[in-house]
Design a protein around this ligand. Structure first.
Ligand SMILES: [Zn+2]
Length: 60
């Protein structure tokens, strides 16, 4: 995994930047916010419901 120096805006393999000497902070991988999960789940449920309506409308 490649670290990133925000001071120099360049990738750095080690823990300390070779250019500016600053310590490299590992990038934080934040989990998906629950609002987005709720939005995605709601969108999927809505789409399934619409598809179900269209199929039942065609069938009848
Ligand atoms: Zn740097």
């Amino acid at each position: 995994m490649t670290n990133w120096c925000e001071n120099c805006d360049r990738p750095e393999e080690g823990d300390v930047c070779e250019v500016c000497g600053a310590e490299i902070i590992e990038p934080v991988h934040e989990p998906i916010p629950w609002r987005w999960r709720f939005f995605i789940v709601a969108s999927v449920i809505y789409l399934v419901w619409r598809i179900y309506q269209i199929i039942s409308w065609i069938a009848h």
